[in-house]
Design a protein around this ligand. Structure first.
Ligand code: PLP
Length: 366
């Protein structure tokens, strides 16, 4: 068997060690006589799996006791709707920061679901400058009476990231999309009222969505909310009002154990910072052959978009990279060029191979 270096933005590469474990346990999980996919979600085996997953996630992120962890379905996209349905009552307003395609989508969906009843307000946007940086403090105009402030702390397509130390100073509850950098570095969960993340980048397989929500935000939904969308009902039922995405939760739990074995998030941050440095150094040292447009302080450690000065070389770059075992490097269609996503499960060796390929390609083609 040979595996490629997979730079996909998502679904993304999973730790090889975790996949081996899944393979070993696929037909018979710990002597249960069946695999996790085939187990009752209410049986004692699966209960132990979801409880361990939650405990490990709480330990990794240092989640305070007054937050609930929900394992939901529908992806981060469903959260774009579920958040305003739960947290934006009629007659109220919510603030949104727009710093890339994903936060822009969140605004559009919120406007759609509360149309005519509540207000979705853009409190700052970098769209005019092409989503190449985060907002500076002076560009953010916050409503102190907003029901919440929504933002995306890592824009997967544009490669713009902020750490929780750079969140706007506000007493308004902060709701954040961490889909593409959760678990890549330590986070102060207490700064957020709600964190959400689709799993398929740094957490596990697609199909499960993490929601970490402060308890005082539960129970605010209107009576007409579909039951399955109500955070309070999901919290009361331990994410098991209905059948949860059992297999995705199980694999995510194995990833949490793997992260603990790596030394936790402080250790992951060191590794991720080093991988990102290697790649940005290659781009910045290429004398303009490669270019990343993002302001240096706002560059993502997870998603590195870059263009070739001579775009006629794009097809050759992708074909030669693929032949060298480096795949899924094509940039998102809205920004073009290339994108290397270097999530937790991408080893430093994979980034080294990419950098060696990029240096060699430049020397041959420049
Ligand atoms: N938010 C961010 C930052 C993303 O990167 C993505 C997907 O790539 C989404 C939201 C949408 O996630 P999903 O496909 O889980 O709905």
């Amino acid at each position: 068997m040979s595996r490629v270096w997979n730079f996909s933005a998502g679904p993304a590469v999973l730790p090889a060690e975790v996949l081996e474990q899944v393979k070993d346990e696929l037909l018979d999980w710990h002597g249960a006589g069946c695999g996790v996919m085939e187990m009752s979600h209410r049986g004692k085996e699966f209960t132990s799996i979801i409880e361990a997953a939650e405990a490990d996630l709480r330990e990794l992120l240092g989640i305070p006791a007054n937050y609930r962890v929900l394992f939901l379905q529908g992806g981060a996209t469903q959260q774009f709707a579920q958040i305003p349905i739960n947290l934006l009552p009629a007659g109220k307003s919510a603030d949104y920061l727009v710093t890339g395609s994903w936060s822009k989508k969140a605004v559009k969906e919120a406007q759609r679901v509360v149309a005519g009843t509540a207000n979705v307000r853009v409190a700052g946007s970098t769209e005019a400058s092409g989503f190449t940086r985060f907002l500076d403090a002076g560009e953010i105009d916050l409503d102190p009476n907003a029901a919440y402030l929504h933002l995306c702390t890592n824009e997967t397509i544009h490669g713009v990231e902020i750490d929780c130390a750079r969140l706007p100073a506000t007493a308004v509850p902060i709701v954040a999309d961490l889909s593409s950098h959760i678990l890549s570095r330590p986070v102060d969960v207490s700064k957020y009222a709600l964190i959400y993340a689709g799993a398929q980048k740094n957490v596990g397989p697609s199909g499960v969505t993490l929601v970490i929500v402060r308890e005082d935000l539960l129970g605010r939904a209107p009576a007409t909310i579909p039951t399955v969308m109500d955070y309070a009902v999901m919290a009361e039922n331990g994410s098991m009002l209905n059948t949860p995405p059992t297999f995705a939760i199980y694999v995510s739990g194995l990833v949490f154990q793997w992260l603990k074995r790596q030394g936790g998030l402080a250790e992951m941050e060191k590794i991720n910072a080093h991988k990102a440095e290697l790649l940005y150094a290659c781009i910045d040292g290429s004398e303009g052959f490669y270019r990343n447009p993002v302001r240096v302080a706002d560059r993502s450690r997870m998603n590195v978009p870059f263009t070739l000065a001579r775009s006629e070389l794009d097809a050759d770059f992708l074909a030669e990279a693929k032949a060298a075992g480096l795949v899924s490097l094509k940039g998102h269609k809205s920004v073009g060029g290339m994108r290397a996503s270097i999530y937790n499960a991408m080893p430093t060796d994979g980034v080294r191979e990419l950098v060696a390929f990029m240096d060699d390609f430049r020397k041959r083609k420049a």
